[in-house]
Design a protein around this ligand. Structure first.
Ligand code: FES
Length: 108
């Protein structure tokens, strides 16, 4: 197995309805994973990207949260439809998708 160039973490934590923290799973973050695989297949990027389901990454209220390493870019509110742009712009072209980046203020 070749060492992946990118590691994409997708939070799939689900909390019970009414939990004040909310969760990515409540916003169907599980659907993001097959969408990433489909984009990866279309771009023939197998072996270059590792996609991992993750527990809570922190910015729950902004989720679904996705993190791309080694760049350390944190994305918020990601939907399956956004995976095409993340793969094409960030992974292939090296330009993170600005409109989806978790704002700096988040990190206080
Ligand atoms: S539940 Fe996804 S970041 Fe916390």
């Amino acid at each position: 197995m070749p060492k992946p160039k990118f590691h994409i973490l997708v939070c799939t934590t689900t909390r019970p309805p009414g939990n004040p923290r909310g969760s990515c799973g409540q916003k169907s973050s599980q659907d993001i994973i097959p969408a990433f695989y489909q984009e990866m297949e279309e771009k023939m990027l197998f072996g270059q990207i590792l996609i991992t389901e993750s527990s809570c990454l922190g910015p729950c209220g902004m989720g679904p949260t996705v993190v791309v390493y080694p760049d350390g870019v944190w994305y918020k509110g990601v939907t399956p439809a956004d995976t095409k742009e993340i793969i094409e712009e960030h992974i292939v072209n090296g330009k993170p998708v600005e409109r989806l980046i978790v704002p700096e203020e988040m990190w206080g």
